[in-house]
Design a binder for this molecule. Structure first.
Ligand code: LM2
Ligand code: CA
Length: 426
């Protein structure tokens, strides 16, 4: 999945057709589509006014057009659902309608995260906290989900799920029409009353430690440690985890926790490559825009090209080098959900296989890594999908030769990677 943060619906539709579909992406996480407060900041999207599909990204008919065009090329839409609260500063939302009785109205001065009652029922940064325990409120929320499902939406991120009691989340999720994919945003933080483990019986859950452990080890020059990530304790099990290198909040408000385009050239790219090659969770790539100020909203293109990635203001991580081809790698290697044939060279170089279905080598040092490795792959000449596209037996870039015993000579540039898989065999 790729999070096309703040992209317009029309641009997403085009991106599905021209890039995401052909590369085999399964889904796009879109910014909250409901009506929101006006303003130039990105975070206005997290202050709902109603559940009408009318937002900075486009209107209802543009939204429907996107869902249908993405679906036509096998890309699903995952919607970011803001259901814990409504906008700050008012208690009447006539378009839903919600009135004063639908809110907790507890403006605790700063939530004490060691107290579950405050985490669940106080206003989060002043946003009016909904009485998600009430049947009426639940009904309105479920109607919003079902409207989207009827349009063809296949998945949901539940925003701020940590601030909704698990029983309320379960009641809502269990009464949805269809069988949508659901994941819950529950930020892991030590010492807090509410943890991701409190929600895993309901749906998939975000694993923020993934982002943080990657940022730490890539910046610290210790990526070899990451080979054991999925076995570390205190992590959501792979089968239930939403894994990610970066998310929109931390890139802006906690850059110490997450990699971004602001890190040294190649480091963030390598981390995304690691995530896509590594058997842990449902991987979500972040795709963002350049920003100086943490509140800065998305670029406004004067003339609408329909191709955000060509106009320079958008980072478009999902289009970087071999990133898109690693989606295919993840699919081809999925049936061997383990790592094999591990080679390291000091703390900052890591290569591993996927039981003969694929092999990747990541060099987080700045100097080249030239070596001979056991890949575990059948012999043959493979397209290096980090540097070329494989198409019908042809490779537009360099190839890697695996001998009859599984060995291959590899040359990995500084802050770069190579990758081969069973369907890149020439
Ligand atoms: C989320 N996950 O749990 C979202 O990922 C995150 O982006 C949302 O916060 C948050 N929960 C609520 O949905 C963002 C942003 C905040 C912003 C809120 C509401 O990170 O900074 O708060 O959206 O727009 C803003 C101001 C804040 C103010 C608040 C209410 O930054 O200072 O608080 O609005 O007026 C007084
Ligand atoms: Ca709440």
């Amino acid at each position: 999945m790729v999070h096309l943060f703040e992209w317009r619906w029309a641009d997403i539709a085009r991106e599905c057709e021209t890039y995401l579909g052909p590369k085999g992406f399964t889904a796009v996480q879109v910014s909250p589509p409901q009506a929101h407060i006006p303003g130039p900041q990105w975070w206005t999207r997290y202050q709902p006014l109603s559940y009408r599909l009318e937002s900075r990204s486009g209107n209802r008919s543009e939204f429907i057009d996107m869902v249908q065009r993405c679906r036509a090329v096998d890309v699903d839409i995952v919607v970011d659902m803001v259901i814990n609260h409504m906008a700050a500063g008012r208690l009447n939302f006539p378009d839903v309608p919600y009135g004063p009785n639908d809110f907790h109205e507890r403006n605790c001065t700063g939530i004490n995260y060691r107290n579950a009652d405050e985490v669940w029922n106080c206003d989060l940064v002043g946003l009016k906290d909904l009485r998600t325990e009430n049947a009426y409120v639940r009904g309105k929320i479920v109607d919003y989900f079902n409207d989207l499902t009827n349009i063809g939406v296949k998945g949901f991120r539940i925003d701020a799920a940590k601030h909704i009691p698990p029983g309320d989340v379960a009641a809502i999720v269990n009464s949805l029409n269809g069988d949508p994919y659901v994941f819950l945003e529950v930020i892991r933080a030590q010492g807090e009353a509410i943890q991701p483990e409190d929600y895993v019986s309901i749906a998939d859950v975000t694993e923020f430690a993934m982002e943080r452990d990657l940022a730490y080890n890539f910046r610290n020059g210790t990526i070899a440690n990451l080979i054991d990530f999925s076995r570390w304790s205190g992590r959501v099990d792979s089968s239930q985890a939403l894994s990610f290198v970066a998310n929109h909040d931390d890139q802006r408000q906690h850059p110490e926790y997450t990699l971004s385009y602001k890190d040294p050239q190649g480091m963030y790219y390598l981390a995304n490559t690691f995530m896509l090659a590594y058997p842990y969770g449902y991987a979500r790539l972040m795709s963002s825009y350049y920003f100086n100020d943490e509140n800065q909203g998305p670029p406004v293109s004067g003339v609408h090209s329909g191709n955000s990635c060509s106009d320079g203001d958008w980072v478009c991580e999902h289009r970087w080098g071999g990133t898109g081809n690693m989606v295919k790698f993840r699919e081809v290697t999925a049936s061997n959900w383990f790592t094999s044939d591990v080679t390291t060279d000091g703390p900052n170089r890591l290569a591993f296989g996927r039981g003969g279905l694929g092999y990747v080598a990541l060099n987080n040092r700045t100097d080249a890594w030239n070596t001979v490795v056991q890949t575990g792959m059948p012999s043959g000449e493979y397209c290096d999908v980090m540097h070329g596209d494989y198409d019908n037996g042809l490779c537009s870039g360099p190839t890697i030769v695996v001998d009859g015993s599984g060995y291959a000579a590899i040359a990995v540039n500084g802050r770069d990677a190579i990758a081969i898989h069973q369907q890149s065999l020439i």
